[in-house]
Design a protein around this ligand. Structure first.
Ligand SMILES: C[S@@+](CC[C@H](N)C(=O)[O-])C[C@H]1O[C@@H](n2cnc3c(N)ncnc32)[C@H](O)[C@@H]1O
Length: 236
């Protein structure tokens, strides 16, 4: 079983991941578990303060190092106690390495992950220095919190875990897993508003279908994301 521990001020947000669709099913099947740790529970004052003004001035509030560090430690301790051997602590951050399918595949091979979701103007940098192995961004834009980013990361990992998606082929064939975008897909009816499904897909000729899909995937990638083809060449 994969173990995920998430440090967040908004644990209730994660029910969107754990209670719906493929990721909900993965949890129900015991393929992973997810525990949230709220830094407020680790605050040192009766008002459960977790943020303060930035040294040096400036807008907004910063999440304080101590409650975050204690919440991360609790997550790491649970992982160790559950027999996790390989685990990394990740801070979801717009300053991190941008998430790709390759990075998702790397992370999905670990036994566990501890994820830190920031809020406000971010987190005290010392907690990143002392606790975080990787900073990961889900794209070059700024969210109001790390929760959605953590859920994006978790969703992309969970669907790769054996037994979560019913047909293993459907995760192997997809956009980005083979370095290209996926070919176009169709389902019934054969004609929709005068648009016919390509004949080859109705032919039952598996070799020709495979060939058509490969040509379509290449053409689509060249048109929409030529950078991916360039990246493939430089990788090989
Ligand atoms: C408003 S942002 C803080 C941004 C920070 N002041 C900066 O400029 O780098 C609040 C939190 O949202 C999360 N976040 C925002 N954008 C993100 C992104 N593109 N990828 C991952 N996490 C992000 C981080 O956890 C961050 O601590």
């Amino acid at each position: 079983m994969k173990r995920f521990d998430v440090v967040t001020l908004f644990p209730e947000m994660f029910s969107a991941l754990t209670e719906s669709g493929v990721t909900g099913r993965g949890g129900d099947r015991g393929i992973y578990d997810l525990v949230c740790w709220n830094p407020r529970e680790f605050a040192n004052d009766p008002r459960r303060t977790v943020d303060d003004r930035p040294y040096g001035g400036g807008a907004g509030m910063i999440l304080m190092a101590d409650p975050l560090a204690k919440a991360i430690d609790a997550g790491e301790k649970r992982q160790k106690g559950s027999g996790v051997r390989t685990s990394k602590t990740v801070y979801l951050s717009p300053q991190g390495r941008v998430l790709t399918q390759r990075l998702v595949e790397e992370l999905s091979s670990l036994d566990g992950l501890v994820l830190l979701s920031g809020r406000y103007e971010g987190v005290d940098d010392r907690v990143i220095e002392s606790r975080v192995d990787h900073e990961i961004s889900i794209g070059d834009y700024v969210l109001s919190g790390g929760e959605l980013a953590a859920m994006v990361l978790l969703d992309s990992i969970i669907r790769l875990l054996p037994g979560v998606v019913n047909h293993t082929d459907s995760v192997v064939d997809e956009s980005h897993s083979s370095g290209t975008l996926e070919y176009p897909q169709y389902t019934r009816p054969e004609v929709f508003e005068g648009r016919r499904v390509p004949d080859v897909l109705l032919s039952g000729h598996h070799a020709q279908i495979k060939q058509w899909r490969s040509v379509q995937a290449q053409a689509r990638t060249r048109l929409r994301r030529p950078d991916l083809l360039k990246n493939n060449k430089s990788d090989s």
